[in-house]
Design a protein. Sequence first.
Length: 464
Amino acid sequence: MSSRVFIRALLIVLTASVLLWAPLWNGYPFIHSDTGTYLWSLINFGVPLDRPIGYSLFLRAVSLAPTAWSIAVVQAFGTAWLMLRVAENLLPSSSGRVWVAFGIALAVSFVTTISLFAGFILADILAAWLWLATVLFFISPYRFERALAALAIAWSVISHNSHVLLAAGLVVGIGLALLVVPRWRARVGKRALAFGGVVALALVNMVGVNVWLNAPPAPTRGGDTILLGRFHEMGVLTRVLEENCAAQDWELCKSLDALRQHDREWRWFLHGAGSPILDVGWDTRTDEQRAMVTASLVCCWQTVAWESLAESGRQFELIEMRDYIKPHPEEMVALTALRAVYPNEWDTYRATAQQRNAAPTVWVMPVDERTMQRVWLGALGIVAALAWWRKQPMYAMWLLTTLAYVMWNAFVMATFSGAVTRYQARVAWLIPFAVLVAVCGVVMQAIEHRTQNTGGASGGNEEM
């Protein structure tokens, strides 16, 4: 093993260790109410009604030891590898750029909530993996590394409904960019086709897994039901039923009075007491649900579009995770699953800061997260303009495309699920990461050019 490979491996290990600071402070990886679904599917291979089984298969694959720490460690290692390799490939070629990349990763570990997501038993961290692995897939000079990036892309795509939409946006965005800028086709056209193939293959494999597990073949799960929930929150669903129930024999028409009483009530349709969700949602009456979704889009697309855009703005700003982690009732599904899968760790979890309601530390900056995001966004604009002015368009494109991905995440989550804190915070840390990479890249290139010019002038004086 060469010294360069050894140093890279060592820095990945060190970065992964640092990324685990929040769960180590907590005393255990973080548990969410959704964690239970993933853990039960890990055991029984049952395809959930409201999400793909992909993340449960990921958990199964990375459970190298009978402890939830194995999941957190693998997620930290994957994140560390992607951060270091993307940063190193984007920085100017020099012997010390791997150390600069390491410094960037350390800074991001403490100025964002990335450590929380690395240690969360949730698919959230894979939303950021999808972007970083995509970038690495296009810029890495090593075939083996591109294969690993493709694997990370595939796992990310099949791990959550929203990730399918995020990947679809990437495929469309890359395709449009190649159409608009023909000279890019010669440079990355083949990799763009390969990227599309990776996404398509991941979805095809998910279809095969669903069929094998006797579930409906679609790679996403519960999408129509989730959309009906959003339309109810927008006030659209009640209107559609009022206009169509006289002519349609939809089961949901029987619950029209209850829907009127809870019109626009946040999350009532999906989770509220008295909701007709169990009669008409998730894995039942899919044709009726699709017909109601279609009718909603036909009659009220302006309302849907406006509400989605407004909610996207709220989602983009909603990133505060400092007080998000709360204890769970011990009879909650997440904790019954935790006891079943990791019985020897139950007492350890009960002693965590999370379960003791001791406000586990996940944010160490002296200002709130929204303020810091505005600072980073301002820095992003300034650095992008500076990079363009200094004729370094690669860094400007890196910053703007990362921002576009974070904005696309906000639109996807706001449109299909509604604004929720962790849905945006899971990718918000990509903005400071992108800014630090670009700043270091611009500075390193400026130093390199100045050194070359100084050396050239010195050499000329000596000849004289």
